[in-house]
Write a protein that binds this ligand. Sequence first.
Ligand code: HEC
Length: 244
Amino acid sequence: MHSGSARPRRWFGAGLLFLAWATANVVTAQTGSPRRTVWDGVYTEAQAARGGMAFGPSCGNCHVLAAEGKAPLAGEPFWKSFAQKSVGDLLEFVTKNMPNGAPASLSESTYQDLVALILKSNGFPAGNTELARNTIAGVQIVPKDGNAELPANALARVIGCLARRGADWVVTNATPPERSERAGPGGEDAARPLGSRTVTLKFVLTRLDALAGSRVVVSGLLIGAGGVDGINVTAVSRVAEKCP
Ligand code: HEC
C-alpha cells in the first residue's frame, strides 16, 4: 500500500514539526518518571456512568461508542487516531473540537466524564481515581502488551544509525516509530537504547552524506503501518557522532 505519497506533502509546510521541536524540552523533562498507561485504571465507573448520561444529548447524534457505525469512537478507529497519544491529548481534542460546531460548550467535568466513557468503551479498566486534567496528562494510550504499531501516515520519529543501502538511505538499529507531534529531538536521544529495525528513508530532499554513520533522529510520515514501507522524511538531524 503506497497511498502515503500524496498526503504527506501537505504536512510539510504546516510548520507542525517546528512547533513540535519547540516543545521538545518540556516532553523530555517528563520522561524520567515511570510511564502510566490506560491500563492503570485512570477513571472511575461512576464517572463513566455520568459520561453515559451526557453522551446521548451532546454526542450521540454523530457518534457511536462502537467500532462500526457513524463516526465510531471505539475499536480500530480509536486506535488509528489515538494509539501512542496520551489521555491528555484525547481530552484536549474533545474539549477543543467537540461537539462539532460547538466546541468547548460543555463544562470541564462533563468533558472529563465523556473521556472516561470513551476509555470504558474501548475496554480500559476503571480505577479509584477520577480522571481529571492533572491526572492524565502523561497517561499513554497503548495496547495491553505495550507494543502499538503506529498507523500509516502518522507523523513519527525514529532514532538510529544513518547508512546507505543501494540507492536508498536507511536507518539501521532503529527504535520503533513514536508519535512526534510533540516530541522532537531531545537530550535523551543521544544516549537512549537503540532498536533492531531498519527503516528506509523516502523522498529525502537534502544531501545526507555528511551525516552517514552517525546517530540521527528522523521525523516524517510513516508509509504503511509502523513504517513497514519506510518513512516520508521531513527532517533528519544528528544527535551523536558515533553509532550504534
Ligand atoms: C455534529 C456532529 C458531532 C457531534 C455532535 C460530536 N462530534 Fe465528535 N466528531 C465529529 C466529526 C465530524 C469528527 C471527525 C473530525 C475529524 O476527524 O476532523 C469527530 C471526531 C471526534 C473524535 C475523534 C475521533 C477519531 O477517531 O479521530 C472524538 C474523540 C469525538 N469526536 C468525540 C466527541 C464527543 C465526546 C462528542 C460529544 C461532546 C462529540 N464528539 C460530538 C462530529 C461530531
